[in-house]
Design a protein around this ligand. Sequence first.
Ligand SMILES: *Cc1c(COP(=O)(O)O)cnc(C)c1O
Length: 219
Amino acid sequence: MTGYLSVSNAVHGVNDKATIVAVSKFHPYEAVMDAYNEGARIFGENRVQEMREKFPPKGERPEGMKVFLIGQLQRNKVRKAIEWADRIESVDSLPLIEKIENECISLGSDIDILLEFNSSGEENKSGFRTEEELLDASEHIKNCPHIHLLGIMTVGPLGGDEEKNRIAFSRTRELYLTLKDRNPSVSVLSMGMSGDWQTALEYGSDEVRIGTAIFGERK
Ligand SMILES: *Cc1c(COP(=O)(O)O)cnc(C)c1O
């Protein structure tokens, strides 16, 4: 592992409450297994195809190993995503929600999801653009029995500006608390990456998604 944060520090030292998603995109399965052997259990991948090529199917993975999809999901890849991922953290539109429910029905399976919030307002970021849109989507999910809504995911602003991070994380936390009020099953606030996870934890994040700090730079 070439990152500066050892897996055991990441898994046991970030804090007692937060879950670590070790983001293994662009890194080979050998790196995944190195991290697994040091204690990492949950991995994050951005693309459906890379996830399916790298990880064994559900049920054939080493004990406790899970894979979360964290990158933008195209509608034509939903079926393939549901088959492989233990959770989809990047759900960002109503049509995508409808497609997920329909594919779950056809596959006879359920899926855990997070709704992604564009907390920085950056144009090129995915995620729901307003609080209202995300909350509307969460109401719609109440009619989708195969989709289990667990919470919210956000990617902080580009550039690592501390003040901007705080504004984005604080806004996401407010939205999370509103969502939780309306949905008792909601319990996951996923925010914080290699450059900003300490700040995210201050705003109540209970899941950080860390790639570079564990695996080193991506090629
Ligand atoms: C790549 C990625 C991460 C991890 O980023 P690092 O800066 O390498 O820690 C986390 N979340 C999402 C959605 C990503 O695409």
